[in-house]
Design a protein around this ligand. Sequence first.
Ligand SMILES: NC(=O)c1ccc[n+]([C@@H]2O[C@H](COP(=O)([O-])OP(=O)(O)OC[C@H]3O[C@@H](n4cnc5c(N)ncnc54)[C@H](O)[C@@H]3O)[C@@H](O)[C@H]2O)c1
Length: 377
Amino acid sequence: MKNQLSVGVVGCGYWGPNLVRNFRSLPDCRLRMMCDLSVDRLGHLRSLYPEVEGETNYDHMLNGANLDAIVVATATRLHFPMAKASLLAGKHTLVEKPLAWSSAECEELIAIARKQGVVLMVGHTFLYSAPVRKIKEIVDRREIGDIRYISARRLNLGLFQKDINVTWDLAPHDISIILYVMQERPQSINCRGTAHVTPGIEDVTSMTLHFANQRSAIIHSSWLDPRKVRDMTIVGSKRMIVYDDVALQEKIKIYDVRVERPPHYDTFAEFHYAYHYGDTYCPYIKQDEPLKTECQHFLDCIRQGAAPLTGGESGLEVVQILEASSESLKRSGAPIDILPRSGAASSKTGNAAAGPAAAPVESGARDAASRVAGILH
Ligand SMILES: NC(=O)c1ccc[n+]([C@@H]2O[C@H](COP(=O)([O-])OP(=O)(O)OC[C@H]3O[C@@H](n4cnc5c(N)ncnc54)[C@H](O)[C@@H]3O)[C@@H](O)[C@H]2O)c1
């Protein structure tokens, strides 16, 4: 493997420049090319990074530049055709979230990546963030007991999208975090929402994921809210975690509170709920840019031929839930079953490899997690 992998980023609108900046900052890669249809966007980025070539033709980028890896940061509808072309050209491919517009498209991308022996990874950025990784550690150590429910809010006066509703835009972040923390797929979901501004494109939605044993997760997504809110509450049987991603410090607070129902009582007068109020504490979290960790992880997976923490299977699981949310919205919030996938690499949250050196899912996911932890520490 070369000392430096050569990388190109396609899509230099709002988000792409963050990928450009991060890949450019990593020593074991050379950001060789930025591609966008807009000559103005390219001109602006080239004024910042004059040593990186600009290109308006994606085919030229794929076939003429001898790149090792492609990063796709265009609108959702373009993810599938662009990622497919990249994989077929033999390039390791990182695709922004959501991986594609349908689970059939995700499955096709996963199959092509396997056949070509290249890494397919999806930009579920929050799984590379230190607060989410800390939450996962706390949950895995069973410090909060059994998860009872999770509630997530991602609201602001948002960047309205033309091709996807607010669930497809914002909820992939929450869904990916919830699947990662729960390590389990929901059995069914339902979603309700309203299109206030653009007919047919919901700008406010509320989705519930129903898991086994009466556990649930509620996700409220909105482009129509005066405040920027990105928070998540994880209610456990012993303790509760509140994660506020907008807070500058103390993003995670752990509340040692719970309520229990006494198992036996003889008369109604004897019946009392047992409330426990203990300390609230904030674990130390080292602040790193999650996107930088994600970009480094992509390069590490290419070098090691290893399964990414957020491989094609993770992208597929999130898209399956998004698809079900669209179906539920059409049916006024009716519950939609999330069927177990036949032939899926895992019944748990999949982080199956897209690359050739795929380890079994459980150990593959663990290895990927420890490789990400290695970047963070
Ligand atoms: N991970 C995150 O936290 C995060 C945050 C924001 C956006 N995103 C994702 O990033 C992606 C891009 O979102 P955005 O808001 O930057 O969109 P955007 O519309 O601002 O940018 C897309 C860019 O793609 C370019 N483009 C379109 N067709 C092209 C083609 N054929 N060839 C080359 N360039 C082409 C456009 O000119 C535009 O500059 C989306 O998938 C979005 O979900 C991820």
